[in-house]
Design a protein around this ligand. Structure first.
Ligand SMILES: NC(=O)c1ccc[n+]([C@@H]2O[C@H](COP(=O)([O-])OP(=O)(O)OC[C@H]3O[C@@H](n4cnc5c(N)ncnc54)[C@H](O)[C@@H]3O)[C@@H](O)[C@H]2O)c1
Length: 394
């Protein structure tokens, strides 16, 4: 099929290149010219395992094109348009719909009725309906196909997804989206637009809820001087609870959880619903980031060290995405307390508002923000008078 993918971020680029592998022709469209230029030179625009292989293989060269203007696209030839632009929250914690609104005002009048327009971005249908009525775009034929990939294993996740969710009032167009995935073995749930997005939002509420729970558990374990790995293993071995996704951390962040949790709180508010558990997920994380920061200062002082070095700027391993990264949150908390803190990350150069180091020093507390490879571990092991701290068991 001929598919136009709008937005070449983590979701758009990975989905589109995976669909090339499944035999489709993809035109990628992004208003960010620098990204399109890099992709035309087969250069990855972000760190993601397998991305370089996908960009440089023969199938991609033959079946993928990268454009930066809506006028370059032959819209009449598109069977499917996949919308993958960002849907962040603004400073009032409301959805910032400017990106998706621009997409629909650019598409209006260009796309044939027979083309299936499908939204992979995370957006609540009632918010989208508001946007569409502002730009006079007809809502009823849209298909929602929320995305569940994890940065760091995004290509693996595309081909091994636990489920595929398709929400639409138009069954024919739902089937067209389903046909994209027919080679995959995952279960497909066909549903209405609101239910499809609620599956996405509730998944993105439950996962950080679990992370907040395990972090609260680890604070309790720490304060009672109990054995963290024994306790968490003992709890996780209950098959109703499970051991997966049960690792304590300095805090959770990323481009999706914080905003999706905030949005679910907004949706509850708009509907006069009290959802105290969901309301507390982010508060628990903020509390944990504070607790963790204080713990670091305590370890530094007990060991007579001069500074704290946070290793890893991304929000988790195997990505360079720093959106809502716990590293930055902890850095800011420590800086506000006038503590001596720096960030070590050899894979990226940070904004100069952060003190970044590129080589290791002695007399410091080294904090792994997420599991690092052996290279970093071995380098730290060679230093004198340091403490190497990680909050989970190896
Ligand atoms: N990143 C993830 O792990 C992930 C996982 C699941 C779902 N999602 C959801 O998918 C959506 C996209 O997330 P992302 O992380 O890939 O975003 P991103 O910020 O990485 O990429 C979005 C891209 O869209 C482009 N864009 C913005 N406005 C445009 C326009 N008018 N026309 C063409 N291109 C435009 C931007 O230049 C950017 O390259 C969001 O709704 C997000 O919540 C993200």
């Amino acid at each position: 099929m001929n598919i136009v993918v709008i937005g070449v971020g983590y979701v758009g680029l990975v989905t589109g290149l995976s669909l090339v592998k499944l035999g489709n022709k993809i035109t990628f469209l992004d208003t960010d010219l620098s990204k399109i230029q890099m992709l035309n030179q087969k250069k990855p625009t972000f760190d993601e395992p397998e991305l370089l292989d996908y960009l440089t293989n023969d199938k991609t060269a033959k079946n993928a094109t990268f454009c930066h203007s809506y006028d370059e696209i032959k819209w009449e030839d598109a069977d499917i348009v996949l919308i993958c632009v960002q849907t962040p929250i603004d400073e009032n914690r409301d959805l910032d719909s400017t990106f998706i609104k621009k997409v629909f005002s650019s598409l209006n009048g260009k796309v044939a009725n027979s083309t299936t327009v499908c939204i992979k971005s995370t957006i609540h249908p009632s918010a989208l309906q508001k946007v569409l009525s502002e730009v006079n775009y007809d809502y009823k034929d849209l298909v929602f196909n929320p995305e569940f990939l994890r940065e760091g294993s995004a290509f693996y996740d595309f081909f091994n997804t636990d489920r595929i969710i398709i929400g639409s009032e138009n069954l024919e167009k739902s089937q067209i989206i389903a046909s994209l995935y027919e080679e995959l073995k995952s279960e497909i749930i066909f549903t209405d637009p609101i239910s499809s997005q609620l599956i996405k939002y509730l998944s993105n509420a439950y996962l950080p809820l679990r992370l907040s729970f395990v972090n609260e558990a680890s604070r309790l374990i720490d304060s009672l001087n109990a054995n963290q790995s024994d306790v968490l293993k003992g709890v996780g071995l209950d098959s109703r609870i499970g051991e997966q996704y049960f690792r304590p951390s300095p805090g959770w962040g990323g481009s999706c959880f914080p905003k999706d949790v905030m949005e679910i709180q907004q949706i509850a508010k708009e509907n006069n619903l009290k959802l105290p558990v969901m309301q507390s997920i982010s508060n628990s994380n903020s509390e944990h980031l504070l607790w963790f920061s204080k713990k670091l200062v305590k370890i530094m002082n007990i060991n007579n060290l001069q500074k704290i070095i946070l290793i890893g700027a991304a929000f988790k391993e195997n990505t360079d995405d720093t959106r809502y990264s716990p590293t930055f949150e902890i850095y800011n908390i420590l800086k506000n307390e006038k503590e001596n803190v720096e960030i070590y990350d050899e894979n990226m150069t940070l904004d100069n508002k952060y003190d970044q180091i590129f080589s290791f020093e002695e007399n410091a507390l080294y904090v792994e923000m997420y599991p690092m490879g052996n290279k970093v571990k071995n380098q730290i092991a060679e230093l004198n008078n340091i403490v190497h701290f990680r909050f989970w068991d190896s």
